[in-house]
Design a protein around this ligand. Structure first.
Ligand code: A2P
Length: 339
């Protein structure tokens, strides 16, 4: 079997470490593993399948020296802006988890269950991994769009603190501890308000149109991935005191007359989807259930009686797995299996 020189850039970070875990679980054909991070981590050791690997500093010289064939990257936007083109120039296919390249018209934005063919048209040698909230919504909406034609979507998200990195996670952990100890919560490091015992309708920076950027990302990325600029999309994104797993209430209006049962039947056959929908027996997905699983879980599929043809559903996935690491590794698999 052909094997590859695989770089994980940001290998010391929360998503990078999960990428290594998913690469091992999926038995990715790695000939040589190359963990890259910043100068600060160079020389540290990381573990992959019981073996130690030394972290490599990400710089031009090392990129040329190691010339990885597959580069899976989760090291932030500015790192990706600087180094992705260099990895591509050195012959690598770059799969980048940051937001930096996502809306570049010469960079495909790929969810393997939805638009795998786009991964093979990459003029810059770079493929972007979509935003975590967008990925899970796409796995749910793409088969419905193909079957019935979507006219309008309203997203309301309930997003875990792990999506805001280590400091977001710490804000919830420390806040919960303070509540348990009957003390006042410490000032948050990451969020603009305490997150323990709270919800915060603010994710990413405020845009001039009144939306926070996470909301705009969901709107723009949905249209790009589905190749459907005609769909009307709006979003409200909310941070909730949950460690892992993003939940989404999705209201969909269709072009064709569709019932909740029609939607359920399509989703039961959809790739990457697990339908958990028996509300009488309290069966629906929750973020705790979705944690550490790779699929997108869907429940509460029900008619929206206020429009001609509309359905509401509840969609949950692990934001660090399907929302980031799993999707990126699945893209890498697409490339190695087809090229
Ligand atoms: P490092 O640990 O050396 O700072 P997280 O999102 O969990 O904070 O992880 C971010 C990841 O991106 C880390 O692995 C981090 O490495 C890496 N990173 C940050 N800045 C750079 C950079 N300039 N070059 C390469 N990797 C970077």
């Amino acid at each position: 079997m052909k094997t590859y020189r695989v770089a994980v850039v940001g290998a010391t970070g929360m998503v990078g470490r999960k990428m290594l875990e998913v690469l091992a679980e999926m038995d990715f054909p790695i000939g040589e593993l190359l963990p890259f991070a910043s100068a600060k981590s160079a020389g540290k050791e990381i573990d992959y399948r019981g073996k130690k690997y030394t972290v490599i500093e990400t710089n031009e010289e090392n990129i040329k020296k190691y010339a990885p064939e597959i580069v899976i990257m989760s090291a932030g936007g500015s790192t990706s802006a600087k180094f992705s083109p260099l990895f591509a120039e050195a012959g690598g296919v770059v799969i980048d988890n940051s937001a930096y390249w996502r809306m570049d018209e010469n960079v495909p934005l790929v969810v393997p269950e939805v638009n795998p063919e786009d991964a093979f048209n990459r003029p810059k040698g770079i493929i972007a991994n979509p935003n975590c909230s967008t990925i899970q919504a796409m796995v749910a909406l793409s088969p419905l769009h193909k079957a019935f034609g979507i006219k309008r979507v309203i997203y309301t998200t309930f997003q875990a603190v792990s999506g805001a990195g280590v400091n977001g996670y710490a804000d919830l952990e420390e806040g919960m501890k303070a509540i348990a100890d009957g003390e006042e919560a410490p000032a948050p490091k990451k969020f603009t308000h305490p997150i323990a015992g709270n919800v915060i309708p603010e994710i990413d920076v405020l845009l001039p149109n009144g939306y926070y950027k996470e909301e705009q990302k969901m709107i723009d990325e949905t249209l790009k991935i589905l190749h459907a600029p005609e769909i009307k999309v709006t979003a409200t994104c909310v941070r909730v005191p949950v460690y892992y797993g993003h939940s989404e209430s999705i209201n969909i209006e269709f072009e064709k007359k569709v019932t909740a049962d029609d939607v359920r039947k399509v989703l039961e056959k959809a790739e990457g989807v697990v339908v958990m929908d028996d509300p009488a027996n309290h069966v629906y997905p929750t973020p705790l259930y979705a944690t550490n699983r790779n699929e997108v879980f869907i429940g509460r599929i029900r008619q929206d009686f206020t429009v001609e043809s509309g359905v509401n559903l509840w969609c949950v996935a692990d934001n660090i797995r399907k929302g980031a690491a799993t999707n990126a590794v699945q893209i890498a698999k697409l490339i190695t299996e087809k090229e």
